[in-house]
Design a protein around this ligand. Structure first.
Ligand code: GLV
Ligand code: MN
Ligand code: MN
Length: 410
């Protein structure tokens, strides 16, 4: 049933305003978890939650939750949401769309005089991106009881800061125990961040599952030495070893089932000078596959390759695990509800797998969960060129409205 329409001009102007928070001198948007920019973003979102008449609640790991509980309405809430932390040099849509859509849905329901059968909540989870503090999806992982709050708060970031200290510093370490509101169901609207919907001309993705994620940091130690005097045969070059690993990962992922992906997103040499053979290379490895066994096979083959590199390049290799999440199946009934809502609005819809990690994958541990995707122009994300047409955003927010209101009454 179509209850009402979203106020799209307000939604879009908030999306734009949020995207202006955390820009540097070059105009690059970076709002890393628990940074000053994150503080400013959170305070703005909290103000919009207040404006929408939501009670704003923050838990110990900084998860920001807006609750709409009309008088006499009880029970576990329907939770919507996502995150507002970003990657480095980010786009405006990743995460922010889901949080602002949740607020817009509540406003539309209120404007229509709608009385939900249970409360509605909108969450902005802490540190979804995992860029500053690993693992990713940290706030929702803690919320869903997958990581102790103390362990999350003690996490040391890439810049040497401690998450708990940073959250306290920016005034976002709240009093509530993570998980304090146990949802009846969780629905997250997100931009696809990939090319499928646009390529197929489909408006709505009903996300049925999400691939497994494996993150490791690899440290390779060789010997720093003079670039001019050291014969090629006598080198222990950590840089060459890293280069071998990078190309091996590309080839291994390509040789898989067509769905495995492998990425080295960070690489640092020490001492990092033009005339010194790298004595150390530190790189991150991001492996993903929707199939649990194939992901294990990829990890196992990578471990064998590390042994090979130790031998052939005469280096030592140490591994630090940063994240490991199994593939997730979303709730079939909510996926069908998304499809039905799209059909009712005469929107094209297809089932799909999420390639990105999302807070919904953690919330699926504690309640029926699913996701709605809208197309990303050119399939670009984690990039300032990330973009989604306003008409596609409108379709997605309206489907969230339909699904959340439906779920609040069943
Ligand atoms: C989260 O953005 C991810 O890395 O998938
Ligand atoms: Mn995201
Ligand atoms: Mn992201």
């Amino acid at each position: 049933m179509t209850i009402s329409q979203i106020d799209m001009p307000r939604f879009l102007s908030r999306l734009h305003a949020l995207s202006e928070i955390g820009r540097d001198g070059q105009g690059r948007l970076t709002r890393l978890a628990a940074s000053d920019a994150d503080r400013a973003g959170r305070e703005t979102v909290a103000a919009w939650m207040h404006e929408a008449g939501l009670e704003v609640l923050i838990d110990r790991v900084g998860n920001l939750i807006g609750l709409w509980q009309p008088d006499g309405v009880t029970g576990a809430p329907i939770m919507m949401g996502s995150h507002i932390d970003t990657v480095i040099d980010a786009g405006a849509y990743d995460g922010c769309v889901g949080v602002l859509a949740g607020i817009a849905v509540v406003e539309a329901l209120k404007a229509a005089g709608y009385r939900p059968g249970r409360p509605l909540a909108v969450a902005a989870f802490t540190n979804e991106e995992g860029v500053r503090y690993a693992p990713d999806m940290m706030g929702s992982l803690v919320y869903a009881d997958g990581l102790a709050p103390e362990a999350a708060l003690a996490t040391v970031g890439t810049d040497g800061t401690v998450l708990g200290e940073e959250l306290a510093r920016i005034g976002q370490a709240g009093p509530h125990e993570p998980g304090f509101l146990r949802p009846h169901a969780y629905v997250e609207l997100h931009v696809e961040q990939g090319p499928v919907l646009e390529r197929e001309g489909v408006a709505i993705g009903a996300v049925a599952d999400l691939q497994g994620i494996s993150w490791q940091e690899v440290t390779i130690d060789g010997t720093a030495n003079h670039a001019g005097t050291t014969p090629m045969a006598l080198r222990r070059d950590a840089g060459v070893a890293a280069a071998h690993l990078i190309t091996w990962l590309r080839d291994r992922a390509r040789a898989g089932n067509g769905r495995s992906v492998a990425t080295v997103g960070r690489l640092r040499f020490e001492p990092d000078a033009i005339n010194i053979i790298p004595g150390r290379a530190i790189l991150t490895v991001d492996l993903r596959d929707p199939d649990a066994e194939r992901l294990v096979a990829l990890e196992t083959d990578f471990a064998v390759q590390l042994d090979e590199i130790r031998r052939t390049e005469d280096v030592t290799v140490t591994i630090r695990r940063l994240a490991r999440f199994e593939p997730v199946l979303f709730d079939a009934a909510i996926v069908r509800t998304i499809e039905a809502a799209a059909a009712a609005r005469h929107l094209t819809v297809r089932r799909m797998t999420s390639g990105a990690g999302h807070d919904a994958q953690m919330m699926a541990r504690i309640c029926p969960s699913a996701m709605i995707f809208v197309p990303s122009i050119g399939g670009i994300s984690h990039n300032p060129r990330e973009q989604t047409h306003a008409r596609d955003l409108e379709a997605g927010v309206n489907i969230l409205l339909d699904v959340a209101s439906h779920l609040s009454n069943v």
